[in-house]
Every structure is written in structure tokens, then in C-alpha cells.
Design a protein around this ligand. Structure first.
Ligand code: 5AD
Ligand code: FES
Length: 352
């Protein structure tokens, strides 16, 4: 949308007038309906490994976190979870994990090949920062999409919260560009209210979504994990800012609605983090204010409780089949249908 610049996005993020917000919600919902329709695409989320070599300051799976019972699924288990997603009628799966070299090139390539041979599912990977060799091999094996949230494009905040590995500086935006060149559909996103995030930083990041013409955009509230510098005993002094964005539901929904206006064709999920903050209606509100995707968990329940990015994650105890029934009822109540097929990025003739 031509009218949305840094100043306007920032003003919308800070808007508190209920009548003005009603206009934002209505506009986001109208753009969603016109550009991606009423179908809600379901992606089966497979949390394939809780091992991670990185130390991101917000993430409960970070390498230094103690007291976690870490696990890594086998290729066969990943295939089984994908089959379950297909049985439940989902059009795609997302294989997500910490940055785990134990999920090596061959294991993932084999799993992708097997899923593609066995099902019509689109396959999305979300395995962190990986080498171009890995990414190219997985694309060749049939992977369609890759999710990697850049969290913030502000260089100072980015480097503060994403410590480099020796010899491997972290640069997610660069990886996103390379993956696009490899032919992946690419997705990214940010957390809302991460310590150190100012209104200016968040507004600039939403505008970056449009600049990079991202295909998928995940936006959820930051939820403090006690195993991290941002949620542990020293958290209150982590970064004290006057201009700090709050990690609340309303601000997250404003970010979702603005993202739909900035990127009318993108696939935007109602995130689990938002459902965790508001179990009763977090996902529904997102779907009514710009979102068009849900990512029900199909990880075996025994592993799911061990994938603790943040505490109290929604639906952790539900089986995939139970989530399926629950979501169907909720979507029907919203007057929306479950999307059929892989649900890739649509490209409509109308260009902004
Ligand atoms: N709160 C909310 N979301 C988080 N993520 C990681 N840690 C947290 C947290 N504490 C998000 C990141 C990551 C995605 C898989 O989960 O944005 O990219
Ligand atoms: Fe695991 Fe950042 S801590 S990817």
C-alpha cells in the first residue's frame, strides 16, 4: 500500500482509538478476503529436533539452556508425522527444529524425498541458518519453502540477541535472499515486544516484509522463557527502554493487520504464540484481522512437550486428531473454509 510509510506504520502500531482500530481491522480483513480468499490453509507442524547449537537470547531451546530433555526424530518418524498430516487433510507440512547439525543434509534430503514420493504435500523447512550446500540439496530433494524469521533488521539489536558461532556470523536476511534465488518460497517474521524493540524498529521491520516481497510472514508475541537471558532472573535489567514495544495481544494483532496491508498476497498464520497468550481467541482474532493460515502441531505428543521454546505453549497436550476437530469447529464458526491443496503463494494480477 502506497500510503504506508515508516511514520504511518509507527502511528498505527501506537494507535489506541477503538474506532480507528476498527478501521484497521476491517481494511486488513477486506484485503485478506480480496487477495487470498476465505480459505484457511492448514500446515502440519513437525518439531523434528530440540537440539540447537545457537544461543539466541530469547529462545528456550538455546544451546546453553540446561534441564531440557532434548530429542531428535528419525527420518521414519518425520515421514510418519507427515503421513498423519496428509490423513488429516492438510496440504503441507513444516519441518521445524533448532539449528541442529544432527539433522544432517542426507537425513533431511531423504525425509523430503520420502514425503514427496508418498504424499502430495508441499514441504516447508524451518531448520535455522544452514549452509548453501544443505539448502541446495534439500531444494533438489523437493523442498518447496523455507521459513527463517529475521526477528529484526536493526543491526545492533540483531547482533546483540543472535550471538555468532565461531567463524559463522549470523545473517538471516542474506540467507533469505540466497534461498529465493534457489527457488524456495520464502517466509520470515518477527516477534512483537522482544526486549530492545522500539516502535521505530518494529515499523521498519514490517516495511522490510514489503521490500523483500516475502511469501510467508509469521508474527507472534515475545513470550519470556526462564531458560534465557530475556526471561531469567536478570531479565528486568536486560534492556530498559523508554520506547519499548509491549509484547501484548493488541500490539501483535496490529502488526498482523499492517502486515496484511503491506503484503496483500502473503500467507500469514495465526501463530501458536498468539494462541498461547489468548487461548480462547488469539488465533481467531488473527484470522479476522489479516491471517489466512494455521499451523496445527502433528509432532508426536511425547516429543511435543519437550520442544519448549517458551513455557505454556498452546495445544501441547492435544493429539493431532483432537486439534483437527477443534480447528474445524472454530473455522466454521468464523465462516471460513479449510483450504485444499498445497496453499502456496498466490500471485494475483492486481499489483500494489
Ligand atoms: N517467544 C515467542 N516466540 C519465540 N520464538 C523463539 N523464542 C520465542 C519466545 N521466547 C520464535 C522465533 C522463532 C520461532 C520458531 O519461534 O521467532 O523464529
Ligand atoms: Fe536455536 Fe536460535 S537458539 S535457533
Amino acid at each position: 500500500m502506497a500510503d504506508l510509510d515508516q511514520g504511518r506504520v509507527k502511528a498505527w502500531l501506537r494507535e489506541e482509538d477503538p474506532a480507528a482500530l476498527e478501521r484497521l481491522w476491517a481494511e486488513a480483513d477486506a484485503v485478506r478476503r480480496a487477495r487470498v480468499g476465505d480459505e484457511v490453509h492448514l500446515r502440519g507442524l513437525i518439531e523434528a529436533s530440540s537440539f540447537c547449537v545457537r544461543a539466541c537470547h530469547y529462545c528456550g531451546l538455546r544451546a546453553p539452556a540446561r534441564g531440557l530433555d532434548r530429542y531428535r526424530m528419525t527420518g521414519e518418524e518425520i515421514l510418519d508425522a507427515a503421513r498423519e498430516a496428509h490423513r488429516l487433510g492438510y496440504g503441507s507440512v513444516v519441518i521445524q527444529a533448532g539449528e541442529d547439525p544432527g539433522l544432517d543434509r542426507a537425513l533431511i534430503a531423504e525425509a523430503v524425498r520420502a514425503i514427496k514420493a508418498d504424499t502430495p504435500l508441499a514441504v516447508t523447512l524451518s531448520l535455522g541458518e544452514r549452509s548453501d550446500g544443505d539448502l541446495a540439496a534439500w531444494r533438489a530433494a523437493g523442498a518447496d519453502r523455507y521459513l527463517l524469521r529475521f526477528e529484526t533488521g536493526d543491526p545492533e539489536l540483531y547482533h546483540l540477541i543472535h550471538p555468532d558461532l565461531p567463524g559463522r556470523p549470523s545473517d538471516r536476511l542474506a540467507q533469505l535472499r540466497r534461498m529465493r534465488d534457489m527457488g524456495y518460497e520464502i517466509g520470515t517474521g518477527v516477534m512483537v515486544g522482544i526486549p530492545g524493540q522500539t516502535w521505530d524498529i518494529l515499523a521498519a521491520d514490517l516495511l522490510r516484509f514489503r521490500e523483500f516481497d516475502m511469501d510467508m510472514l509469521g508474527i507472534g508475541p515475545f513470550l519470556p522463557s526462564p531458560r534465557t537471558p530475556m526471561g531469567g532472573p536478570d531479565a528486568p535489567s536486560y534492556l530498559a527502554l523508554r520506547d519499548q514495544v509491549p509484547n501484548d495481544e493488541l500490539t501483535t494483532l496490529k502488526a498482523v493487520a499492517l502486515t496484511r496491508r503491506l503484503c496483500p498476497e502473503a500467507n500469514i498464520p495465526g501463530t501458536t504464540a498468539l494462541a498461547t497468550l489468548d487461548r480462547a481467541q488469539g488465533r481467531e482474532l488473527a484470522l479476522r484481522r489479516g491471517a489466512n493460515v494455521l499451523m496445527p502441531n502433528v509432532t508426536p505428543v511425547g516429543y511435543r512437550v519437550r520442544y519448549e521454546i517458551y513455557p505454556g505453549k498452546a495445544c501441547v497436550g492435544e493429539t493431532a486428531a483432537a486439534c483437527q476437530g477443534c480447528l474445524e469447529t472454530r473455522l466454521r464458526a468464523l465462516g471460513r473454509q479449510i483450504g485444499r491443496g498445497p496453499g502456496g503463494r498466490l500471485r494475483t494480477e492486481c499489483k500494489d
